[in-house]
Design a protein around this ligand. Structure first.
Ligand code: SF4
Ligand code: SF4
Length: 373
């Protein structure tokens, strides 16, 4: 058996889908990625600009690497029962229902890299944060095609997948991309609540996943309208995709947890930053952190006009983070909580006080977002 085949089978025995591709970026993928960056569609994700050269030409940095074993781990979790008690509002993207997928996949990559070294092969694994275009490698390797929602879709399964890449010093055969099967379908484009999907792919400046996960700072006022009842991430361009009606099952190292699918929002307002970091260390919520999760929760409470969340809005007036107090001002405005807005006009942070005053004085939404966002 060849070393390529031995490595692929080893990954498949772990329960992963695995396919080889040479480590190259096709010209069309390069052009598309660079045009997306040039258009500013990466929003505040500046690390994508900083690593763009390596992403489009990975062998400039990984001179020793000739190939990539692309791995896909399914996460089509079944519906979970909402736990009792607490304030459980809003939706969490399905991928975040299990403790952090990075750790599980990084451990699998370490096992594979050790196995590769035993075969005399140099290898290094990446999950998400590597300077690689995973979607391009996955498409070339034949894991699946790239949908209009920019996700990789596997025929007969759909798009609920995490990708990981093992770079190796082996020569891989020519790429064998999977045929694109979107056809004339535009279901994800039409289902996107913010019209974020266009010719260049997903524009992060309009994407709920970007605002609720990647953007740590204040939100401009208009973003509160955008995010609806999404607490963390957004799955609307996946649930609308007809291929996902086949999606069932998940990798045996993932463990969906109802406390992550339906978190008690109270925790985002009562835990200290350190206690939050400890409690959610192994989850996707650690990426935005406590204050951003509290901000997201305030937006959900306001957008759902949820009375059970009002005590949390009142509690947020005394939050140690000015970002959370500013979000409390916006939520109070939307919920008609004049007393909360009054209190926040006296906030020691001038930005919070100005936001609350502007809302009390009825400043138009867009002006407020531009002025203070
Ligand atoms: S994640 Fe949500 S907001 Fe972003 S492109 Fe998909 S449907 Fe649109
Ligand atoms: S919804 Fe349609 S267009 Fe969008 S990814 Fe799925 S098949 Fe492709």
């Amino acid at each position: 058996m060849s070393r390529l085949e031995a490595l692929r089978l080893r990954a498949e025995r772990m329960g992963l889908w695995a396919r080889w591709t040479p480590l190259v970026t096709p010209e069309a993928d390069k052009r598309r990625f660079l045009a997306w960056l040039d258009a500013g569609a990466h929003a505040g994700m500046d690390w994508l600009v900083r690593t763009a050269d390596t992403r489009v030409a990975p062998r400039t940095r990984f001179g020793w690497a000739k190939s990539a074993l692309v791995l896909a781990a399914p996460y089509a979790y079944p519906e979970l029962e909402r736990p009792r008690g607490g304030v459980r509002l809003g939706r969490v993207a399905r991928y975040a229902w299990s403790p952090d997928y990075h750790r599980a996949l990084a451990a699998a990559l370490d096992e594979l890299a050790a196995f590769a070294r035993g075969l005399g092969v140099e290898a290094k694994g990446y999950v998400d944060f590597g300077p690689l275009l995973e979607w391009s490698l996955a498409r070339q390797a034949g894991i699946g095609w790239q949908g209009k929602n920019t996700l990789i879709l596997v025929e007969g399964f759909g798009s609920y997948l995490h990708l990981a890449v093992l770079l190796t010093s082996l020569e891989a055969p020519e790429p064998a991309p999977a045929p694109a099967r979107c056809g004339r379908c535009t279901a994800c484009v039409r289902a996107c609540p913010t019209a974020a999907i266009g010719a260049l792919g997903v524009d992060a400046r309009r994407c709920i996943s970007y605002w609720t996960i990647e953007h740590r700072g204040d939100w401009p006022a208009w973003v509160y309208d955008l995010t609806g009842d999404w607490l963390f991430g957004c799955d609307d361009c996946q649930t609308s995709c007809p291929w996902n009606r086949f999606a069932k099952g998940y990798w045996n190292r993932f463990a969906p947890d109802p406390e992550l699918a339906y978190p008690d929002l109270t925790l985002f307002f009562t835990l200290s930053g350190r206690a939050f970091a400890r409690r959610f260390a192994h989850t996707a919520f650690a990426r935005p952190g406590r204050a951003a999760m509290a901000r997201n929760a305030l937006a959900v409470i306001a957008n759902l006009q949820a009375e059970e969340g009002i005590p949390l809005v009142k509690k947020a007036v005394h939050d140690q983070s000015s970002r959370v107090r500013k979000a409390a001002a916006e939520a109070a405005f939307r919920l008609g909580l004049r007393g909360v807005l009054d209190a926040l006009t006296k906030d020691l942070d001038p930005g919070v006080a100005a936001w609350a005053r502007a809302r009390l004085e009825g400043a138009p939404l867009d002006d407020l977002g531009d002025a203070l966002g």
